[in-house]
Design a protein around this ligand. Structure first.
Ligand code: AKB
Length: 315
């Protein structure tokens, strides 16, 4: 039976992943950690520890105390926040990652951390971006993600740490909102559609980015962590996505349910520039072939579910 430590457990991915892992492996088997408290199901349904991922000793102590055999390291700043505070992003994103990899190395743990479409840059092929291609990002977040992918490769080859990772696109969910990302508009648009009937997008029409619904992202993490190690060629991170969309495409999908929904634009030059430096659509064939990646939600199905769930949540 796995014993899993999750960092950043109260964030957008963590808050849903911890619940899923507790359902799969048992409440006591999943140790949630975060830098802050937040009363709710994550702290109440199983072990929870306060952890600043920059504190290597405390991370090691917690992992040892619970005899964990798997580390899922999620704590990090997203792209827009990282761009506003690049030094903090370097220290937190890289410092936290290397601390977590060191704990995995010293305790012999399996390891997962997310990379991102942000690991690509303006010189990367934009359409059907291959698994292995040019990675010259122009954001601090991207620099962190490329360095992080290389570190995961390094710890696998040098120390035999069982590292696994996914290059996540924008993740859309009705549970915990993201914070400080470039793709956050794709979550906000659904909340505002329900609450106001309109949304003002900070990314321009025609800005295509990869997206995925959270249930598919969680399934992908579990499938990758359960995959036969002999079949995994890429120990840095796998391309994954379920759709390539722009604000107009999401608005059109919303109008199938809310015909009067209105979309306006007020472009944020910083996030627009970040989005333009990222791919339009990823090639996921390596993930499909090596560990069976198969997302269930396309734009239409995701939109129906998001609007249903948010309508119930926001009444
Ligand atoms: C962000 O926008 O920063 C993230 C990501 C794509 O990594 N959602």
């Amino acid at each position: 039976m796995k014993r899993i430590m999750v960092t950043g457990a109260l964030g957008q991915i963590g808050s849903e992943l911890v619940t899923k892992l507790r359902e799969l492996y048992g409440n006591d088997q999943v140790i949630a950690t975060d830098i802050r408290h937040c009363a709710g199901v994550i702290e109440e349904s199983g072990p929870f520890e306060l952890l600043d991922v920059m504190d290597a000793n405390r991370m090691h102590e917690i992992a040892q105390k619970y005899r964990v055999d798997t580390i899922i390291h999620l704590a990090a700043l997203l792209s827009a926040t990282a761009e506003a505070n690049p030094l903090l992003a370097w220290n937190l994103n890289m410092g936290g990652l290397v601390n977590a990899l060191e704990v995995a190395r010293s305790l012999g743990c399996q390891f997962f951390t997310p990379s991102s479409i942000g690991a690509f840059g303006p010189t990367t092929p934009k359409k059907l971006t291959p698994q292995e291609t040019i990675q010259r990002p122009t954001t601090m977040y991207g620099v962190n993600k490329v360095a992080g992918e290389l570190l995961c490769d390094y710890y696998y080859h040098k120390f035999g740490v069982d590292t696994r990772g996914l290059r996540f696109p924008g993740l859309i969910s009705y549970v915990t909102p993201p914070g400080g990302g470039t793709t956050d508009y794709a979550v906000e648009i659904y909340y505002q559609a329900i609450q106001q009937g309109r949304y003002t997008s900070y990314l321009a029409a025609g800005t295509y980015l990869d997206m995925m619904y959270m249930p598919d992202a969680l399934d992908a993490i579990v499938a990758l962590m359960e995959a036969d190690p002999a079949k995994l060629v890429n120990r840095n991170a796998y391309n994954v996505t379920a759709m390539s969309v722009d604000p107009e495409a999401i608005a059109a999908a919303i109008r199938n349910h809310l015909p009067h929904f209105q979309l306006a634009y007020e472009i944020d030059p910083i996030r627009q520039a970040i989005a333009e430096s990222w791919p339009d659509s990823l090639d996921v064939s390596a993930a499909r072939e090596q560990w069976g990646f198969a997302p269930a939600y396309d734009l239409a199905r995701m939109t129906e579910d998001m609007l249903d769930k948010l309508a119930a949540k926001l009444v």
